[in-house]
Design a protein around this ligand. Structure first.
Ligand code: SAM
Length: 270
């Protein structure tokens, strides 16, 4: 990979959140996280010079890669030639594209995401109205601190909206920590890979209502629920009917508790 970068004159751009991975063993381990990808459709966001892309192609994946830095396109074209028929490169901004329409079939997502767009894409993939979604799993690099918020359990300071969003109809686990020295250039913080698999959608729960409840509850996370949920019509009564003490704070409620509150509120968003 270093040779590819040198030959194509690619220097990492800070503005594009570029921190490249070159260690082949590490890249092979990342490509193995979702299980066998042989013959499967994979969406990769931000392939850069193609380190992870190559690992995915090697295990037989059919990769669609969205990259907005056109300087990377010649290196990716070369990679496509080495794996005929397996790689489609789309030049563009992943935030502006309809991934389902682009893929046209179920797909796994793997990405060493640019940190600045990572959470936005993650939130979008998890917020879809249609469930199960078209993606079969998400295997994504985040800053360690964000990864810990995604997999956090109740009672911890990291537990909040992101954990509820990632866990209410999916299972999310921290698959691998990645040291900052694995990247070129090394970022300031440690990273980790999160693996998310969609699960069953709880019946009678509106995603928008659940989002409204968690937004209000964690928006004032140090306050008691009877205070933070004041503005959500029917929420205090819902706590009462579930036997949840309204003097508790948001971070003590389980994901199932939030789901139960949202179910009682039905489809109304107040
Ligand atoms: N996957 C490569 C690796 O692991 O070595 C590169 C990872 S680098 C952290 C992130 C890549 O995402 C860069 O190549 C950057 O140009 C690209 N990128 C940044 N924002 C993007 C966006 N909105 N849509 C598509 N690609 C983007």
């Amino acid at each position: 990979m270093r040779e590819v970068i040198a030959r194509h004159g690619l220097s990492a751009s800070k503005a594009l959140g570029q921190n490249f991975l070159f260690d082949e063993q590490l890249l092979n381990r990342i490509a193995a996280i979702p299980g066998s990808l042989d013959g499967k459709a994979v969406l990769e966001v931000g392939p850069g010079p193609g380190g992870l892309t190559r690992a995915l192609l090697r295990v037989g994946a059919r990769v669609t890669a969205i990259e907005m830095d056109r300087r990377c396109l010649p290196a990716l074209a070369e990679l496509g030639e080495a794996f005929p028929g397996q790689l489609k490169v789309v030049e563009g901004d992943a935030l502006a594209l309809d991934h389902g329409a682009l893929m046209g079939e179920p797909f796994a997502v793997l990405s060493n995401l640019p940190y600045n767009v990572g959470t936005a894409l993650f939130t979008r993939w998890l917020s879809g109205a249609n469930w199960p979604p078209q993606w079969t799993s998400l295997t994504l690099m985040f800053q360690l601190e964000v990864a810990q918020r995604i997999v956090a359990q109740p009672g911890s300071g990291a537990y909040g909206r992101l954990a509820v969003l990632a866990q209410w109809r999916s299972s999310a686990k921290l698959a691998m920590k990645v040291h900052r020295s694995a990247f070129t250039p090394p970022p300031k913080v440690m990273s980790a890979i999160v693996h998310v698999v969609p699960g069953a959608m709880p019946e009678g729960v509106s995603p928008a209502v659940l989002e409204r409840v968690t937004e209000a509850a964690f928006g004032q996370r140090r306050k008691m629920l009877r205070q933070s949920l004041k503005g959500v019509q029917g929420a205090i009564e819902a706590l009462d009917s579930l036997g949840i003490d309204p003097t508790r704070r948001a971070e003590t409620l389980s994901v199932a508790d939030f789901v139960a509150v949202a179910r009682i509120l039905g489809s109304q968003v107040a």
